[in-house]
Design a protein around this ligand. Structure first.
Ligand code: IPE
Ligand code: IPE
Ligand code: MG
Ligand code: MG
Ligand code: MG
Length: 311
């Protein structure tokens, strides 16, 4: 059952049932898409290895639910949902490389560079970035050229900010006058928040394609506040998971950030203050959804889960 206590660290939080259904739809759509895409067999195997089986699919589910929250048909948002998960999967493959976080476990199995070598991990990551944009522009759903252009721009912005955030996280060259807290916020907002922002905004843009301009801009602003709040919250919770959970539970190595010298919320603020920040962002996200009414209920439930997830 979903536990509502944001201070809980028990291993029991489960995604809401609604999100589980959407997760299965995303899995099926991704598998169909990858099996149809043109690429050599060994590359396809590498892409399948890292993309299918195992991810929580939170970003694509956010895309589908954001579309629904603004009154759209979430089926039309599936290409955008697949695209954001492809960028995310690429980011994880590269994040785990020896030159980056040097991890050997991801989604409960050996990382791609351990399973298939470093060259293939680099190239499969590159391929997934390209495939993301193919998924967006190849869509046979009712998405016109103007909307398609906006979706590409959103995804590119999210991708580029994610990469900038990974550079800051990995190489950490900052202006001397930035405090650790300011550095942290910049890293987390970019490396994780930006793609979550793109996920939600793309869903909303699809859902609002036929809405009057005034309503569309108000709803997009609300979804953006929600997305920015949960985006930062997501990485703070990830940092807490690194200090509080096991590899067996999460399917990825934990207890590494401190040794690797990473700037993290628990490292800079401590666990308690990190939890308080999670609670504040959680509330901000829920408040932003109020004007959207019942259509946004699944987004509320998902946000409640994201605040207490343990993997
Ligand atoms: C892990 O993301 C990487 C971060 C940005 C914190 P997820 O926790 O969503 O990983 P998967 O997709 O479920 O494997
Ligand atoms: C990863 O952050 C962010 C991206 C992949 C862009 P982390 O390095 O903390 O993610 P995990 O903990 O390895 O999943
Ligand atoms: Mg990293
Ligand atoms: Mg990592
Ligand atoms: Mg982490």
């Amino acid at each position: 059952m979903l536990t509502m206590s944001a201070s809980s660290t028990a291993n029991t939080a489960e995604p809401p049932v609604m999100a589980l259904e959407q997760t299965r739809q995303v899995d099926k759509a991704l598998e169909r898409f990858v099996d149809r895409a043109d690429m050599p067999t060994n590359l396809r195997e590498a892409v399948r290895y890292s993309l299918l089986n195992g991810g929580k699919r939170l970003r694509p589910v956010l895309t589908l639910l954001s579309c629904q929250a603004v009154g759209g048909d979430s089926d039309n948002a599936m290409p955008a949902a697949m695209a954001v998960e492809l960028i995310h999967a690429f980011s994880l493959v590269h994040d785990d490389l020896p030159a980056m976080d040097d991890d050997d476990l991801r989604r409960g199995r050996p990382t791609l560079h351990i399973a298939k070598g470093e060259a293939m991990a680099i190239l499969a990551g590159d391929m997934m970035m390209g495939l993301a944009f193919t998924a967006l522009v190849d869509s046979d759903a009712s998405i016109d050229a103007a909307l398609s252009g906006r979706l590409v721009a959103e995804l590119a912005a999210g991708n580029n900010a994610m990469i900038a955030g990974q550079v800051d996280d990995t190489l950490g060259e900052f202006d001397a006058d930035l405090s650790d807290k300011q550095r942290l916020e910049r890293i987390h907002t970019n490396k994780t928040g930006a793609l979550i922002r793109a996920a939600c905004r793309m869903g909303a843009l699809v859902g609002l394609q036929n809405a009057p301009a005034g309503e569309a801009s108000r709803s997009l602003d609300l979804i953006t506040i929600y997305a920015e709040s949960i985006g930062l919250m997501f990485q703070i919770v990830d940092d807490l998971i690194d200090v509080e959970q096991t590899a067996e539970h999460t399917g990825k190595n934990t207890g590494k950030d401190l040794d690797a010298g990473k700037l993290t919320y628990p490292g800079v603020l401590g666990v308690e203050a990190s939890r308080v920040t999670v609670d504040t962002l959680h509330r901000q996200a829920i408040d932003a959804l109020a004007p959207l009414g019942a259509a946004a209920s699944p987004l509320r439930d998902l946000c409640d889960f994201l605040a207490v997830r343990t993997k």
